[in-house]
Design a protein around this ligand. Structure first.
Ligand SMILES: Nc1nc2c(ncn2[C@@H]2O[C@H](COP(=O)(O)OP(=O)(O)OP(=O)(O)O)[C@@H](O)[C@H]2O)c(=O)[nH]1
Ligand SMILES: [Mg+2]
Length: 360
């Protein structure tokens, strides 16, 4: 892959195409585009599909993304800086409050917000048809729109996972119900896994960007360091291997990241909240940690295109998800002041399967 991160955004003079043209060609456009919505609706998967690179961690479990990440999408005509954000949900722990605040911070200074929502999962046929007529967006999705609308940015509704929609005719009633909640600037149905609707989304995004030069070099893909991506890829492996409960209590920090001539050498710590969880991560005779290490190493090597040696240790950091100071120690720091929007528990309804409550 090309560079994940340069130290600083490219100077504006280096933009492909420039910001205006005297010869009648279309002017170059650039700007920021936030991908927002409830947990698990497919934000990170869509970002990866648009970039054509497995950059953001996406898993089957809700609340995978914890921090903002910029994915830089550069074409000859535009540069859209895509902001992947955590899912908006009712926060209880310090970690979850941080995540929802990150989502709002991510959407605050953008040119357009893509509000992602899954199509309803309804069986085909007569029963499904009747259910679709009665369907309306759930309270969590409505609350997410209510949280984002006061930011005053144009919002485009992106209906995700359309490959799971029983019948194509159902799109119209679904769109009508959404438009009754908010005057969306546009609506685009997509399936990121099938690559459908992405061209229409590109047009919508390009049209929403103001004229201007590129913010980043055209071969830069992310604003995050390889060190950060490595910790995310180890966490992805934990999410996918360790079932429902444990991933929400785990965090990964990198103790050492050395770029040697032939390979990268990474030492990382997996933090869990309880000694019993440490036992689960390590597994009988170290079987589990070995599998996690092999899987994470493969993911890192795929992203960097280089060989990697990975050394993992597991440490108990008691109640880290509940303690704002420990969160900071593990790298979850707000780069800027908290948003003006006060994300109070009670504003947003519970997640249907609330991972925060598990294992307590
Ligand atoms: N069938 C189908 N599944 C999808 C599609 N897009 C995403 N998914 C799946 O939905 C799940 C969640 O995807 P993510 O991209 O991690 O969702 P997210 O919105 O980033 O989730 P959080 O970071 O947890 O808020 C994964 O299992 C994806 O494979 C799609 O277009 N079709
Ligand atoms: Mg995500």
């Amino acid at each position: 892959m090309t560079d994940v991160k340069d130290e600083a955004p490219a100077s504006s003079g280096g933009s492909p195409g420039g910001s205006s043209s005297a010869d009648g060609q279309q002017a170059f456009r650039s700007g920021f585009v936030a991908l927002c919505g409830r947990p698990n609706v497919g934000k990170s998967t869509l970002l990866n599909a648009l970039l054509g690179e497995e950059l953001a961690v996406a898993t089957a479990l809700p609340q995978t993304t914890r921090e903002r990440m910029l994915g830089i999408w550069t074409s000859p005509r535009f540069q859209a800086v895509l902001v992947d954000t955590p899912g908006i949900h009712k926060p209880k722990s310090a970690l979850n409050k941080y995540m929802v605040e990150e989502a709002v911070r991510g959407a605050r200074d953008v040119d357009v917000i893509l509000m992602l929502a899954e199509v309803p999962r309804v069986p085909r046929g007569k029963d499904g048809h009747a259910l679709i007529q009665e369907w309306e967006p759930g309270p969590g999705a409505k609350a997410a729109v209510e949280l984002l609308a006061p930011l005053g940015k144009p919002m485009v509704l992106v209906l995700t996972k359309c490959d799971l929609l029983g019948e194509r005719d159902w799109l119209l009633p679904i769109i009508q119900r959404w438009q009754a909640i908010h005057a969306f600037a546009g609506v685009v149905p997509v399936s990121a896994v099938q690559g459908r609707g992405l061209e229409a989304l590109r047009e919508e995004v390009e049209g929403a960007l103001p004229e201007g030069p590129a913010y980043y070099a055209d071969d830069q893909l992310s604003d995050r360091s390889m060190r950060w991506h490595a910790s995310e890829l180890i966490r992805a492996e934990l999410f996918e291997r360790l079932g429902q409960e444990l991933p929400y209590s785990s965090a990964v920090t990198i103790r050492e990241f050395k770029e040697l001539r032939e390979r990268d050498r990474i030492e990382a710590t997996i933090h869990v909240e309880r000694p019993s969880q440490k036992g689960i991560v390590i597994g009988a005779k170290g079987k589990s940690i070995k599998a996690i290490s092999i899987g994470a190493r493969k993911r890192i090597e795929q992203l960097t295109g280089r060989r990697c040696e990975l050394f993992l240790e597991v440490r108990v950091t008691a109640k880290w998800t509940k303690d704002p100071r420990k969160l900071e120690d593990l790298g979850y720091r707000a780069a800027e002041a908290a948003p003006e929007l006060d994300v109070q528990p009670g504003v947003l309804p519970e997640l249907q399967s609330d991972p925060e409550g598990q294992g307590e």
